[in-house]
Design a protein around this ligand. Structure first.
Ligand code: GAP
Length: 442
């Protein structure tokens, strides 16, 4: 079973590259560990995930607004938030070959030790030390006046430093939320497992502000835990592959009073986190109020009281979601490999083919249909090889529907629509195609 999983993972990595989902970053220069580039299919998959997040959080609700804060922030932000001090992982170094590992990643350490054992080499480690994950950069055009800044280690702080701006510019009232999607950077000691642990990645987060009350916080914590799980299930992730896991006290980040992960049963070592739900209490707003001198209290019209709200956070990784959607949808069937991605996140929704690429009447009719569909539903054109090969290629990128223009089309203006999952075909009138697909995608 374990072997089967590893093989599948290799196949998925290979498909991701071959079909334009994910390429190693800076590949032609030997790569850069922990960085990945999303190709034409990957960018669509990721954009669709982000759009669905935004739709669920911002467009479908009255109590959440959006934000897009800067990646670069005044370094004082990271002192206030505790990241310069506490955003660390325990690092150990192998004294024999000087390779570095996370002290809490026991599997990797054992694997490394057995490499040395095989060669009958000494196994000796340094004492664990704290290694800060913030990535440093310098800003400024004059060499010696450069200011040290950090690439944000979580997208969260951009929201909290704008808490007052959002309050003053909108009509939100507690409880309310601010959603954000954006890049974060971490100097991970051992990036790996494909995109799972990268040094540059994207997060999709909600910071949900509530009254400072344990009962209120617990109610919203449970609510958001369930909402986020439902969101993944609604986009087709397999129920039996998801679970919640509560963090032990010593596992929690410095800002968290409670933390639960949503985990996926991955082919690379079992259950792995891809979203966290955290009770951040008043940590962020209190710290920023203290360090900046700003008043970050909220006046509650209902109770006529003033307080610093507490925060319940949902923090998902866009890249991890994309990776687990790919893994979850991957199937090998009799004579095809297929990504059974939910149509809402599939990169291409429809592919249009002429039955024969050398019959002008079929090609021009198919072109006409393609041009009509393309601005309305994400559509691609394919006239390579035979129909079987085109289905095969579309199945591999997860295109839910293929439209074929054949000789009957020229007579009665209908086409065949082939369903990716059932492989069943039905005839649909050309004039009804847009509404046919829109209904399926609704
Ligand atoms: N604001 C809270 C926060 O950042 P986190 O648990 O450190 O919490 C949230 O990160 C999510 O970000 C994770 O569940 C994961 O999906 C994603 N993430 C974190 N580190 C990552 C990495 N090195 N590579 C890819 N995704 C990562």
């Amino acid at each position: 079973m374990e072997h089967q999983s590893a093989t599948n993972m290799e196949k998925i990595v290979s498909l991701a590259k071959r079909r334009g989902f994910i390429f190693p970053g800076s590949e032609m220069y030997g790569g850069l560990a922990g960085t990945w580039d999303y190709g034409p299919m990957g960018v669509e998959l990721k954009n669709n995930i982000k759009q669905e997040f935004w739709r669920a959080m911002v467009y479908s609700r009255d109590d959440i607004v959006g934000l897009d804060a800067s990646i670069l922030m005044n370094p004082k932000v990271w002192e206030a938030s505790g990241h310069t001090e506490a955003f660390t992982d325990p690092l150990v170094e192998c004294k024999t070959c000087h390779e570095r590992f996370r002290a809490d990643h026991e599997d990797e350490i054992h694997a490394h030790e057995s490499e040395h054992k095989k060669k009958k080499e000494k196994i000796e480690w340094t004492e664990p030390r704290k290694f800060n994950l913030l990535v440093e950069a310098s800003l400024g055009s004059v060499e010696d006046e450069k200011t040290k800044v950090y690439l944000r280690g979580e997208i969260t702080q951009g929201v909290h430093v704008n808490f007052k701006n959002v309050l003053n510019s909108t009509r939100v009232k507690i409880p309310f939320g601010i959603a954000q999607i954006g890049k974060a950077f971490r100097n991970e000691i051992t990036p790996g497992n494909f995109t799972f642990r990268s040094r540059e990645f994207e997060q999709m987060e909600l910071q949900w502000y509530v009254k400072p009350d344990e009962g209120e916080a617990a109610k919203w914590f449970d609510y958001w835990k369930e909402e986020r799980k439902k969101w993944y299930l609604a986009l087709g992730m397999s129920k039996e592959k998801l679970r919640f896991r509560e963090h032990a006290t010593d596992e929690r980040a410095h800002y968290a009073r409670a933390a639960w992960d949503i985990e996926y049963d991955s082919p690379f070592g079992g259950w792995k986190e891809f979203e966290g739900i955290h009770h951040r209490g008043d940590w962020d707003l209190t710290q920023h109020a203290k360090h900046s001198g700003a008043d970050l209290t909220y006046f509650d019209e209902e109770t006529k009281s003033r307080y610093i709200p507490w925060v319940i956070e949902t923090s998902g990784g866009v890249d991890r979601a994309a990776l687990f959607f790919l893994i979850d949808s991957y199937r090998e069937e009799e004579d095809r490999t297929v990504l059974k991605l939910h149509p809402k996140i599939a990169p291409i929704k429809v592919a249009v083919f002429p039955l024969l690429a050398n019959k002008e009447a079929l090609v021009s009719k198919a072109r006409e249909i393609y041009k009509e569909l393309k601005p309305r539903v994400v559509t691609s054109w394919d006239d390579r090889g035979n129909i079987g090969k085109r289905y095969w290629a579309q199945d591999e990128i997860g295109t839910p529907w293929c439209v074929t223009v054949d000789f009957q089309t020229l007579e009665d203006n209908t086409v065949t629509v082939r369903d990716r999952d059932t492989m069943a075909q039905e005839r649909v009138n050309v004039g009804e195609l847009v509404s046919y697909f829109r209904k399926k995608l609704a």
